[in-house]
Write a protein that binds this ligand. Structure first.
Ligand code: BJ8
Length: 425
């Protein structure tokens, strides 16, 4: 891939030397973790292909759109309503960072004791190693956690940045009305960026487009309730990660094809893990690509991960946008309704999330829950106390792991998972 796309990367202003190192490291890790899995679904070949071309063909597609005058928008959070971006004829890509690689570039500017996800995306921008970031005409941040919202102020020095104010409650009329005005402002921002007025029909089409993508992801997720589980947690996580980058229609089609295969596997009792092994569910901070750390540790020990209560997981695809009327106002209100159901730990109180975690553990027949906290993420870390209490009351043991993207604690995590699963069995 490298030679073919070198001119494009250079035109995008990438640091080619560093970028070569990144691609080399990623290729090796991907081969070791994904291609060595046993009994993988055939349809995962498409997702392997996407990764093999993640900085190549997909970036070329985005550049071709840009040549036609279309804009690319980057986002870091599920609260940015992508339906409005697509209704304005732009493409939205996820920019959260899941790599240790870019963190030294971030730490040259930002404090070290900051969440790795934030340092990773910031490092990709300042180090010039992410072609998605370089392709963006505008990035959209949001007032969720303190770390992110303050870093967007710094990021604005490097790239055009727009920040949405997200209320931290979803149970008051004031919050809903603030949210609606923010969604309207975002619509206006999209219109001024692109020069397109967002028409009602275009928004209805993009709601259908994104609803279909979410429905396909949900189909895949539901097959994981079966025993034996028909797909590894690692592969399911990868599909969710790719959903933030790929062309929406193509991704939906390929994910539905994967779901067809998985449903057949379930009927035929075909799985990827031993039926007697403890089934682990994930909950907590998002695992942005290429953060495969905890899934790979757990599954290399033979324990299947069967669900992710995470933004790279159920929080993204569970709810659909369901307009109650045909007017623009009804469509925008439906967006607010749907987006306010995403139970991020930035909300207070957040009892809905706690109820959802317990319900999910039951629905997916989990033996226990692994709660993932990215280092310095206070919201998910503190909320773990309530989650653990509720899970315990429902007889689900929980193991909280606080970690970053480094490899220094891998052996220690293995030991903790081993003790946890011994206790489960
Ligand atoms: S809706 S989870 S995508 S904010 S892990 S950066 S919270 S310190 S990513 Fe998130 Fe939107 Fe919420 Fe989801 Fe901060 Fe925590 Fe880091 Fe986080």
């Amino acid at each position: 891939m490298s030679q073919e796309y070198r001119q494009m990367w250079s035109d995008l202003g990438l640091n080619l030397e560093k970028h070569d190192l990144l691609l080399g490291a990623l290729g090796k890790i991907y081969g070791d973790l994904f291609m060595t899995q046993k009994s993988r679904p055939e349809k995962m070949k498409y997702f392997d292909f996407v990764i093999s071309e993640v900085h190549g063909l997909r970036i070329k597609e985005l550049q071709e759109k840009k040549k036609l005058g279309k804009k690319v928008i980057g986002a870091f959070c599920l609260y940015v309503p992508e339906e409005l971006a697509y209704a304005a004829d732009t493409t939205m890509v996820g920019l959260c960072g899941g790599a240790d690689f870019s963190i030294p570039d971030a730490e040259a500017i930002l404090p070290r004791n900051l969440c790795p996800l934030i340092k990773s995306f910031f490092g990709f921008k300042v180090g010039g190693t992410c072609p998605y970031f370089q392709s963006c005409d505008m990035v959209v941040g949001e007032t969720t956690c303190d770390g992110k919202k303050k870093v967007y102020e710094i990021l604005a020095d490097y790239t055009p940045t727009y920040v949405m104010e997200i209320p931290h409650r979803n149970d008051t009329t004031q919050a809903k009305s603030l949210w609606l005005s923010e969604v309207k402002l975002f619509k206006e921002r999209m219109e001024s960026l692109t020069g397109h007025v967002i028409e009602k029909d275009a928004l209805k089409d993009s709601i259908r487009l994104i609803n279909a993508k979410r429905a396909a992801l949900k189909r895949v997720a539901l097959t994981r309730r079966a025993s034996p589980v028909p797909i590894s947690g690692l592969d399911a996580l990868l599909v969710n990660q790719i959903s933030f980058y790929d062309d929406v229609q193509r991704f939906t089609q390929m994910t539905n094809e994967l779901a067809d295969e998985l449903e057949t596997r379930v009927k035929n009792g075909v799985g990827v893990a031993d039926k007697d092994k403890s089934r682990l569910m994930f909950s907590g901070c998002p695992m942005a690509i290429p953060n495969w750390k905890l899934h790979s540790i757990i599954e290399s020990m033979g324990f299947p991960v069967v669900a992710e209560e995470s933004c790279i997981g159920s929080r993204y695809f569970t709810d659909q946008v369901e307009p109650k009327g045909d007017s623009m106002d009804s469509l925008l209100e439906a967006l607010v309704e749907r987006y306010s159901k995403i139970s991020c730990a930035c909300f207070t109180p957040n009892t809905e999330r706690i109820d959802k975690v317990v319900k999910m553990a039951k629905d997916f027949d989990a033996s226990g829950v692994v709660y993932n906290v990215l280092q310095y993420c206070h919201t998910y870390n503190v909320e773990a106390i309530k989650v653990e209490k509720a899970l315990k009351a429902a007889n689900f043991p929980m193991l909280k792991i606080e970690t970053d993207y480094g490899t220094e604690d891998v052996e220690q995590i293995k030991t903790r998972v081993e003790a946890f699963t011994e206790m489960l069995s």
